[in-house]
Design a protein around this ligand. Structure first.
Ligand code: NAI
Ligand code: MG
Length: 333
């Protein structure tokens, strides 16, 4: 079956890792026509808007996109294009598997967790204003609707993937109303899934527990900001940001992307690790029901780690992004 997929190369290392990934996907033989779309700073220059309608329409039409990271300037400039895109398409569930890879030195080689991050609200609504000079207010929005649907997503995901437990992470001891509502919705939903264990942890303790004894967790569900932070923390447990994939999922479509950003410090040098976005692409192939291509790509990627010493610089090697992709393609044939 032929698929048409929206391709967003992104900023910084984006175009490099996306090109490497497209080469590997094409080498699996899966029939994909790419619809390349631009978004972000370059779109602003070209079309006067960071999120062109054509990009949103392309994803709505194709239902699936593969996306490189986008740069969001700190302080003044435009608001986050990532957040804008997730909101525009109501991609409410950000699913981020955290699994150690063979032969990659890391703290927890056996680790296998999943973060389910609420993707549309919390402090990421970006509702900020200056009350008076020197005083700003930033609104944290938590709704019953969004908290309930992300809890449902986490439990349904646990059932589908054969997982045993879902832990809600929160700060309901301090933010009694907002995080309190999130937690209440979580436990209400848990009642519908008696086969899955449900518990909760206060987010600061949860971070310490993740570093000390991460094997006690399985699926973790949390609101937007905590999910963002805990994702990078968990990437650190398995060997770094170059290895953590993700999917943004909603009723209107799914956008697959790595957890990491545009890494301006190494952009343009062809040395970024494409593993995270390649693993996101494997999730995408499964989402498209291209199980054989997904399995082949995953097996090839894993065997580069288990049978060869081809590694990018973040993992102590000397391979370029393109060399790494070539090593996977060699394993495919
Ligand atoms: P970052 O994730 O881009 O980089 C953090 C560190 O990890 C850097 O030292 C970088 O070199 C390294 N790193 C990241 N990905 C790597 C890879 N694939 N291979 C090797 N090393 C890698 O985070 P940072 O620097 O905070 O953000 C840079 C920009 O990316 C910002 O504008 C930020 O807003 C944006 N960003 C975009 C995201 C997205 O598009 N989904 C997600 C996170 C950040
Ligand atoms: Mg992040």
């Amino acid at each position: 079956m032929k698929h048409t997929i929206t391709l967003i190369p992104g900023d910084g290392i984006g175009p490099e890792i996306v090109a490497a990934t497209v080469r590997v996907i094409e080498a699996t033989g899966v029939d994909i026509e790419w619809e390349t779309q631009i978004i972000g700073a370059y779109a602003l220059e070209k079309f006067g808007t960071t999120i062109p309608d054509a990009t949103i329409e392309s994803i709505r039409r194709n239902k699936v996109a593969l996306k490189g990271p986008l740069t969001t300037p700190i302080g003044k400039g435009f608001t986050s294009v990532n957040v804008g895109l997730r909101k525009a398409l109501d991609l409410y569930a950000n699913v981020r598997p955290v699994k150690a890879l063979p032969n990659v030195p890391c703290r927890y080689p056996e680790l296998d967790l999943v973060i389910v991050r609420e993707n549309t609200e919390s402090l990421y609504a970006g509702l900020e204003h200056i009350v008076v000079p020197g005083v700003v207010e930033s609104l944290k929005i938590i709704t019953e609707k969004a908290s309930t649907r992300i809890a449902r997503y986490a439990f349904e995901y646990a059932v589908k993937m054969g997982r045993k437990k879902v832990t809600a992470m929160h700060k309901a001891n301090i933010m009694k109303l907002s995080d309190g509502l999130f937690l209440e919705c979580f436990y209400k939903m848990a009642k519908n899934f008696p086969q899955i264990e449900a518990d909760d942890k206060i987010i600061d303790n949860a971070c310490m527990q993740l570093v000390m004894r991460p094997e006690q967790f399985d699926v973790m569900v949390m609101e937007n900001l905590y999910g963002d932070i805990v994702s990078d923390l968990c990437a650190g447990l398995i060997g770094g940001l170059g290895l953590a994939p993700g999917a943004n999922i909603g009723e209107q479509g799914a956008v697959f992307e790595a957890v990491h950003g545009s890494a301006p410090d190494i952009a343009g040098q062809g040395i970024a690790n494409p593993t995270a976005i390649m693993m996101s692409a494997i999730l995408m192939l499964r989402h498209l029901d291209e199980m054989e291509a997904a399995d082949r790509m995953e097996t090839a990627l894993m065997s580069v780690f288990s049978d060869t010493d081809v590694r990018t610089r973040d993992l102590g090697g000397t391979a370029s992004t393109a060399d790494f992709a070539s090593a996977i393609i060699e394993k495919l044939s």
